[in-house]
Write a protein that binds this ligand. Structure first.
Ligand SMILES: NC(=O)c1ccc[n+]([C@@H]2O[C@H](COP(=O)([O-])OP(=O)(O)OC[C@H]3O[C@@H](n4cnc5c(N)ncnc54)[C@H](OP(=O)(O)O)[C@@H]3O)[C@@H](O)[C@H]2O)c1
Length: 243
């Protein structure tokens, strides 16, 4: 298969890259950190295609997607992992702004571009890593939770659009809880999932063409446990990280 991962230099995207590439797939990878992209390329030189781009810069990301599509040929799966978020207990707009620019503006440009590519191809599987954080407003990180809510809603809209257009495009929304990556560091965190385990669950959800998937699994996150998760886990983690 030909797979494109936007935001593959670290964390969930990198774990997905490693699993897909080791299965012999051809994988295109995007991120801003060129040194990390070079490492991925060196490790798997024959089936990795890397291009550095910032999703908030339309010219850069447009060129990256165009170039990687040319190199890979048709794209079977495109996974959008790129995202940022800051704790912002004092509600400083300067902290919210980059999150909105990345998770809303840049993200939408990427998602729309990939959707159009699949429309042209006549098929494709579009996947976004949103967050369980998008299901409730989070007082310690308002822009992060709100931008993730936007992404969840947007993916639902595209899923309906794809269905109306004949169902040749699959749209999957992956909503992880806390995952052990750069985005969720701190002492004493709990309910933090190992990134490899999460990547396996994501790959399984993609294989099953699930419309949405909550990690660790859909069963654990009932509406009441989501409330518990937010009121304890995320606030607790936020307090630790804000110290
Ligand atoms: N970790 C968690 O607890 C958790 C929970 C729920 C959802 N998520 C979501 O999972 C996704 C991946 O996060 P992660 O946990 O794997 O954290 P991470 O290790 O920080 O990964 C974030 C990825 O996004 C890329 N990225 C960020 N800004 C970008 C930009 N402007 N242009 C291009 N790429 C950009 C980064 O690459 P460069 O820095 O090289 O550009 C990196 O590859 C995010 O959308 C996050 O919101 C994470």
């Amino acid at each position: 298969m030909n797979i494109l991962i936007i935001g593959a230099t670290s964390g969930i995207g990198k774990a997905l890259f490693e699993k897909y590439v080791s299965e012999g797939n051809h994988v295109g990878v995007v991120g801003r950190r060129t040194n990390l992209l070079d490492e991925l390329q060196i490790q798997h030189r024959y089936n990795t295609f890397a291009f550095a781009a910032d999703i908030t810069k339309q010219d850069e990301i447009e060129l990256a997607i165009h170039t990687l599509c040319k190199k890979l040929g048709n794209i079977d799966i495109a996974i959008v992992c790129s995202g940022i978020g800051d704790l912002n207990p004092s509600l400083v707009y300067a902290l919210e702004h980059p999150t909105i620019e990345t998770n809303v503006k840049g993200w939408t440009f990427v998602i729309d571009s990939l959707y159009h590519i699949f429309e042209k191809q006549g098929y494709g599987h579009l996947v976004a890593i949103t967050s369980i954080g998008g299901l409730r407003g989070e007082p310690m990180a308002p822009a992060y939770s709100a931008t993730k809510a936007y992404q969840i809603n947007y993916m639902e809209a595209l899923r309906k659009k794809a269905f109306k257009s004949g169902g040749h495009i699959t749209v999957t929304d992956i909503r992880p809880g806390l995952v052990d990556t750069a985005m969720a560091k701190g002492d004493g965190l709990f309910w933090v999932m190992p990134v490899n385990k999460v990547a396996n669950q994501i790959i399984s959800a993609i294989r099953k063409k699930k419309t949405k998937h909550t990690s660790p699994n859909d069963g654990i996150f009932s509406p009441s446990s989501i409330r518990f998760y937010h009121s304890t886990c995320i606030d607790y983690c936020s307090i630790i990280r804000a110290r």
